[in-house]
Design a protein around this ligand. Structure first.
Ligand code: PMT
Length: 409
């Protein structure tokens, strides 16, 4: 600060910003920030800690944003869970000023006021702009808490050096408007890079019935597909998840539950009309029982049982040969136990894919059922990217980063 004449970048126009204010003297500067964002066409909603209200009154923020500021965990109109409503609504959260106290409470996962509870309920990028006394800023406890937030993906806008309210000169002054706006633009851009795209994702292991109570399946948990769907939705895509696994769906993801490979294929044929991308993380069976018993096969009546299996259709290969789906960028996953590159390229070609993620399912620390994955992303144009071991959500974002520039429409 001061704000004037720092212009608010055009990219922020129309963005839904939750401004979370904690109790530091720099709260007065944040009134100007809220006002500038509001005038530039952002919708700004403010939530304040009790100590923030000792520096600036809630009516001041209402005056500059046009929205009543939330000051507690109970909404004035009695509606439950205002922190969940604010977390759901926000496309971007800015915590400014962030005191040492609120930083510590965020890092330890507290939810004892409207600011910390909103952050726990958030589904969008979070920017934290600290402001405090220079001695507090330099303490290992504060720096460790900031490192924790960074590790969790929070963007920090470092404080500036200069004259502080305490009378000292040092680092701790709230960053200027320009630095805060730059961080907001960066977060808003990366978040909405799939806006306007329709992405279809598959997840889980298909189930081929033997009789009404038994089936053949595999170890796929669906975690990889759910992570891809969540990442695409968070980046603005309209997402349809066709899944043989059940988990609570991520906000904004539409879910179609299927069991068999045939059901998955039928659902994909209808969902892929007009889609931009298919991310085929499901482990589809290669064989199914040639016949399904209508009634439960009873042990007493069946001393031994031989199952006759027949090959399944290759779903992605048959979608590739459907001309009406030619515009869909198809990304497969190859479950391999060796030679990821060679086997990946062979599958990419045989199945008519635009790209394939080859992952090693013989490893226990990644792949089936794990929260982590690793592998290599191979494109039909010959480009190749190593996917280092990461959480499935991190890997999903990396895959989206690499696929986006390849989309031609
Ligand atoms: O679900 P998780 O526990 O998180 O584990 C994730 C995973 C290991 C299952 C995932 O990362 C993965 O590798 N998915 C693909 C599994 C698989 O079926 O691999 P595949 O090499 O057999 O098949 C290659 C591609 O063809 C896949 O995109 C598959 O969906 C598709 N396929 C396979 C068989 C078939 N009949 N039709 C298909 O379309």
């Amino acid at each position: 600060m001061p704000l004037d004449p720092t212009p608010v970048p055009d990219e922020l126009r129309g963005l839904r910003v939750a401004l979370l204010v904690s109790g530091g003297i720099a709260a007065y500067k944040v009134v100007d920030l809220a006002s500038a964002l509001n005038q530039a066409g952002c919708e700004v909603r403010v939530a304040m800690t009790p100590s923030a209200m000792r520096f600036v009154g809630a009516p001041t923020f209402q005056g500059v944003t046009g929205n009543a500021a939330l000051t507690g965990l109970w909404a004035a109109d009695g509606s439950p869970e205002p922190h969940v409503a604010l977390g759901d609504w926000a496309q971007l959260i800015l915590v400014a000023p962030a005191t040492a106290n609120v930083i510590g409470r965020i890092a330890s996962g507290r939810s004892d006021d409207i600011v910390t509870a909103t952050l726990l309920a958030a589904r969008c990028p979070v920017i934290v702009a600290p402001a405090m006394n220079d001695a507090m800023w330099s303490k290992p406890a504060v720096q460790d808490n900031l490192a924790t937030l960074r590790r969790r993906g929070v963007t920090l806008v470092e404080p500036e050096s200069g004259h502080l309210a305490s009378g000292h000169v040092g680092t701790g002054r709230l960053a200027g408007a320009q630095a805060i706006f730059n961080a907001m633009v960066h977060a808003a851009r990366s978040r909405y890079d799939f806006a306007g795209r329709r992405v279809v994702v598959t997840a889980g292991g298909t189930r081929e019935p033997i009789d009404p109570v038994r089936f053949i399946s595999n170890y796929s948990s669906g975690k990889m597909g759910f992570a891809l769907a969540a990442a695409a939705a968070d980046r603005g895509a309209r997402v349809m998840l066709v899944t043989a696994a059940s988990h609570p769906p991520h906000h904004g993801v539409e879910v179609q539950r299927v069991d068999t490979g045939r059901e998955m294929l039928a659902e994909l044929r209808s969902q892929l009309r007009g889609a931009d991308v298919l991310l085929m993380a499901a482990a589809v069976g290669d064989f199914r029982p040639a016949a399904t018993a209508k009634r439960k096969i009873r042990r007493e009546e069946t001393p031994s049982l031989t199952l006759q299996l027949e090959p399944m259709p290759d779903l992605v290969a048959s979608l590739a040969s459907d001309e009406s789906l030619a515009g869909v960028f198809r990304v497969g996953f190859a479950a391999e136990d060796s030679d990821l590159d060679a086997k990946g390229v062979e599958k990419l070609r045989r199945k008519g894919l635009h790209a394939i993620v080859a992952n090693d399912v013989s490893r226990r620390d990644i792949g089936f059922g794990s929260d982590y994955n690793a592998g290599v992303l191979l494109f039909a144009d010959g480009s190749r990217y190593e996917l280092e071991k990461a959480t499935k959500r991190e890997m999903a974002d990396r895959i989206l980063d690499l696929v986006l520039p390849k989309l031609t429409r």
